[in-house]
Write a protein that binds this ligand. Structure first.
Ligand code: AMP
Length: 412
């Protein structure tokens, strides 16, 4: 079964075509990123994987809208030289990453008019992502009219949180009338990590207790008890929680008024600063963790402080989530920083021996792309590095929904 995974952004389309015919193995046939849609010159970066070889193709082309962008994706996938399928009918399902569906769905669903309405209803709570996500679905419906379209929500995995974890201590009507609550994001990644970790530990998912630590461009943690999410660090938007590349994470909301008064910024400029000019970038000028670590090695004090703040915030949430998960099996590092940056993992685990976290420094710094354990032999809590794969998770859920042929069900 060929599944196309689509992540449509405001000016981009990220795609991956996977062959999931064999239930135990999958292969990526093609992947790519179309950027700068709507700008004078768009950029296409297309890769195909044939016979164990990777071929790359880059072009610059004007793409006025997502429709032209998707048309280019279809043309590239079916191109006699650069393509991997003969025509679009060879795609049996399309899985879309969608940011926020609120409380409407607790799982992945087949797209129908009601699902599209729900995605639209949540435009105000996902203003940067939900509109292009819906556009991606509508354009894909035109180009892949014969294929089921499936929506995989970034918030769905977190819907098992209890009210004590998802409600803010604010006037109740803010929740009942305006739907203000913790939704949490990166759900597709945390769900994939929960399943992969259970497999790694040889335990049923329903008995697996972990803290999943996703450290990429965006960073979040999830407390997962018996395979289900019971708390997460991101909130009503992805701004809350951990320090990130350019996002502040947790901050006293009263600080906003004070700085707005001092600088004359309005609330939009303030939120832009908290989302795009803060985090590692705000603290030391660069948002890529590789560069931050390099600067610390050269004795740069700002980078050193930034790295300490980044790791300290993670340590605090590890402590908090140990209290809520109980009988913890493992803490699990994943995503760009979590999988690749051994200095970050070392600093996070440093001084947490009293909590049962005992890192083996050699295992931690040994390069590997595989899921692996990096704790000391016999330590009470496992410390794992598990590579995430959100595209595969979306493709697997899409395949499952299509095979089940389920109509979407709305929860309460
Ligand atoms: P992701 O969002 O999962 O693709 O993660 C992207 C981020 O991972 C980048 O912005 C880098 O900060 C970080 N990253 C990737 N590779 C490394 C590495 N080898 N060491 C440290 N950070 C890395």
């Amino acid at each position: 079964m060929n599944i196309l995974v689509i992540n449509a952004g405001s000016s981009s389309i990220k795609y991956q075509l996977m062959d999931l015919t064999d239930s135990r193995h999958y292969s990526v046939m093609a992947s790519g990123l179309i950027e700068k849609i709507g700008e004078p010159m768009g950029r296409v970066n297309h890769q195909i994987f044939k016979g164990g070889e990777k071929q790359r193709f880059v072009e610059e082309i004007h793409l006025p809208s997502h429709r032209e962008g998707m048309s280019r994706v279809v043309a590239l996938l079916t191109d006699p030289q650069r393509g991997v399928i003969r025509d679009a009918a060879e795609i049996q399902g399309v899985g879309h990453r969608v940011l926020n569906c609120g409380e409407a769905y607790t799982d992945t669903v087949l797209v129908d008019a009601q699902v599209k309405k729900t995605i639209r209803d949540f435009f105000p709570l996902g203003p940067l992502h939900n509109p292009p996500n819906l556009m991606g679905i509508e354009v894909a419906e035109e180009f892949f009219a014969h294929s089921p379209q499936v929506a995989v929500f970034d918030t769905a995995f977190h819907q098992t949180m209890p009210p004590k974890a998802y409600l803010y201590a604010v006037p109740r009507e803010w929740y009942t009338q305006y739907r203000l609550r913790r939704y949490g994001f990166h759900g597709t990644s945390h769900k994939y990590i929960a399943r992969e970790t259970a497999n790694f530990l040889g335990k049923p998912l329903a008995e697996t207790n972990i803290i999943s630590i996703h450290l990429g461009n965006g960073c979040s943690m999830a407390a997962i008890r018996n395979g289900k999410c019971v708390d997460t660090t991101m909130g009503v938007t992805p701004l809350e929680g951990l320090v990130m590349g350019t996002r502040s994470g947790d901050i006293d909301p009263a600080a906003l008024e004070y700085i707005m008064e001092q600088t004359g910024m309005d609330i939009h400029q303030m939120l832009n600063a908290l989302n795009k000019q803060s985090g590692l970038k705000g603290l030391c000028g660069v948002n890529d963790m590789r560069e931050v670590v390099e600067r610390t090695a050269k004795g740069n004090e700002q980078a050193e402080t930034a790295l300490q703040i980044f790791c300290y915030r993670i340590q605090k949430y590890i402590g908090a989530y140990m209290a809520v998960v109980k009988n913890l099996d493992a803490i699990v590092f994943t995503a760009g920083i979590g999988e690749n940056s051994w200095p970050v993992r070392e600093r996070v685990c440093r001084d947490l021996e009293h909590l049962g976290l005992s890192l083996d420094l050699d295992k931690n710094s040994a390069p590997s792309r595989e899921a692996r354990a990096i704790e000391k032999e016999g330590a009470p809590i496992r410390i794992l590095v598990v590579p995430t794969n959100e595209e595969l998770q979306i493709a697997l859920e899409t395949k499952e929904i299509i095979e089940r042929g389920t109509a979407p069900e709305q929860s309460a």
